[in-house]
Design a binder for this molecule. Sequence first.
Ligand SMILES: Nc1ncnc2c1ncn2[C@@H]1O[C@H](COP(=O)(O)OP(=O)(O)OP(=O)(O)O)[C@@H](O)[C@H]1O
Length: 330
Amino acid sequence: MQCGDWVVGKWTGEPFQVERPLGTGANGEVYLVRTRRGLAAVKVCPNASDIALEWAVLERLHRVSGTFPKPMWIDDHGPSAFFYVMEWIPGTPLSQAAARLTGHAAAAVVRGIAEGLAELHAAGYAFCDLKPDNIVIAGDPPHVRFVDAGGVTPFGRSVRQFTPYYDRAFWGLGTRRAEPSYDVTALALVIVICLGGLAPPVSLTGQTPAQRQSWLRRGIRRWPEGVRPLLEQALAGRMDARQFAAAWCRQAAARPARPGPRVPTAPGHPTASRGRPAVAGASASVAAGRGPGAGRKRGRDWTEWLMWISLIGALTSTACAWLTSLGWLR
Ligand SMILES: Nc1ncnc2c1ncn2[C@@H]1O[C@H](COP(=O)(O)OP(=O)(O)OP(=O)(O)O)[C@@H](O)[C@H]1O
């Protein structure tokens, strides 16, 4: 769809005009559109069954939770443009907002995510694709909303969609089964990676789960001591979303938790990818995307400067020694 295009639904006859793209994912494209009922978001996909499945999930969730966008109508436009129209959630994805959050604001975001998850869990569903791009900080006062219901799955089934860095099986921390603990582990990963300002090195994908876990533990050690056991317990899925939210807020009230100074990470940004395994435990197929730390500037630290100064000093003294021995310098 192009900006300015008019689309008229084949079945509903409802028209809308495309304003601008909102995002692209492995599943489809999302646009901001102007409808007869005001601004809305449209998700377009070439696959009718993906759109029908997401629509059905959004409709069910709407009855039990206000965290996901409100569904409006579903339709199609030609043979390869299946779409549904939903509430537009204006705001900033956590992937972009994280770096600017203060300790108290970060704690409020964690509580908002945990409460959204608790509401979903009470209805018998797991989010399964909780990641910073799917968490939007919206409204005034700012509050947490979720987008992308494509991965939401009833408890007990296999996880259908996941993003490796936020998937507990990638870290060797559990199975790909839809249950509350799957989402709680993802929340702990969002905190350690995204709120912690870390960019997992690309090399992690070639490492064993034990090596990945030791990278994660280094990330946890950057947080104040008081919150480390909490993060460990959540990573292991040993608490539910509400218990975690309450414990995190108690910590934040005592002392707002943010990690220490950023540690240098391996160069290059990881490719966020999404797997769509047919069965739990199958490996992920890869689609290009943005990594958790993508878009951030990486500053040089003082050790890097020291290394360059020593190197230039060594080169200068070697050059002087050669010139003196050749008699070109007295
Ligand atoms: N209702 C909405 N309001 C505002 N922005 C939205 C809305 N729905 C989706 N977006 C934006 O569009 C992006 C892509 O949408 P979505 O995640 O549904 O697509 P996807 O193909 O399932 O993506 P992914 O592969 O990342 O899971 C989101 O990350 C978000 O920034």
